[in-house]
Design a protein around this ligand. Structure first.
Ligand code: C2E
Ligand code: CA
Ligand code: CA
Ligand code: CA
Length: 277
């Protein structure tokens, strides 16, 4: 992980005080960054474990900052949420991701797309209508758009979250609960919400071949989710051993460095083509 950050993100390698930067300068520049096209999306493939098929990609935002280089999302999403810039940011991400799906499709690559919604987006009652507009603009099929919502976002204002989720679900989007296991919700509670899928947090997955407690948690979560009719994604799959365990436990989908790191849309398309031939 440390190595990855050093390699991938100059920001970390430079050893700056990340927190102070994210609280001061960056948030005011973020709006401009959107307008000036400084944000980029990387895409990480999601694999159907039983067939080995890549059927989806998760869009992950980065800020290609003129001064600081590539800034990872955790450095600016929190301040974007505090300042309200998260709304245009989220819409920018959805717009670009849907455009990408449509260009992939033109070269014969058919992928669903998974998009992260922030805490704030889930309390934004105008969001469903704005997302609907983008879907129509790109002529996208909402059933092939997965919206990832963190457990903490749902729990912070359950009533509004439920209302927004119901709207999005009735529009045909698939809803996924991200970082599952790190918050305070229960699967039983989630069953009252229109959720299609849960993503087990990587903190339980990455070491599950070596940590008996993690293995127990992952196994129980998969079983319970399946009994409730939910699909299960494991994120943070970094090794063959973990892949094999997940396959044995009947997990539906895997995502992680073992399969592929997040990368640009061209690179992902090239990799998918070379893999399938
Ligand atoms: P997340 O949604 O939980 O995304 C998974 C993170 O784990 C990504 O980090 C991904 O690069 C990383 N990852 C993938 N495979 C592995 C693996 O095998 N091992 C390990 N250790 N890590 C892996 P990233 O891209 O830095 O994103 C961090 C977080 O920023 C995301 O966590 C998500 O919460 C947030 N984020 C990213 N893009 C967006 C966005 O467009 N909108 C919002 N609201 N949040 C976003
Ligand atoms: Ca996610
Ligand atoms: Ca996650
Ligand atoms: Ca996470």
């Amino acid at each position: 992980e440390a190595k990855r950050k050093q390699k991938g993100f100059a920001f970390y390698a430079a050893g700056r005080d990340n927190k102070s930067i994210s609280r001061l300068g960056l948030s005011s520049e973020l709006k401009e960054a959107i307008e000036q096209d400084q944000l980029i999306l990387d895409y990480q493939p999601m694999v159907d474990i039983s067939s080995g098929r890549i059927f989806c990609a998760e869009a992950l935002v980065r800020w290609n900052h003129p001064q600081y280089g590539l800034v990872p999302p955790e450095e600016f999403i929190p301040s974007a949420e505090q300042t309200g810039v998260i709304r245009p940011l989220t819409l920018w991400v959805i717009d670009r991701a849907l455009a990408q799906v449509s260009s992939w499709s033109k070269i014969g690559i058919d992928l669903s797309i998974s998009i992260n919604l922030s805490v704030r987006s889930l309390q934004d009652r105008q969001l469903p209508a704005q997302v609907q507009r983008l879907v129509m603009l790109h002529n996208a099929d909402p059933s092939r758009v997965i919206l990832e919502i963190t457990e903490s976002a749902i729990m912070s204002d359950p009533l509004t979250a439920r209302r927004v989720m119901r709207r999005l679900s009735s529009m045909g989007f698939q809803l996924s609960v991200d970082d599952f296991g790190t918050g305070y919700s229960s699967l039983a509670y989630l069953k009252q919400l229109p959720v299609d899928e849960i993503k087990i947090d990587k903190s339980f997955v990455t070491q599950m071949d070596r940590d008996e407690n993690d293995a127990v948690i992952v196994r129980a979560t998969i079983d319970l989710a399946h009994n409730l009719g939910l699909k299960v994604v494991a994120e943070g799959v970094e090794s063959t051993d973990v892949w094999d365990l997940l396959e044995m436990l009947g997990c539906d989908t895997a995502q992680g460095y073992f399969i592929r790191k997040p990368q640009g849309p061209r690179e992902l398309a090239d990799w998918i083509c070379s893999r399938e031939w």
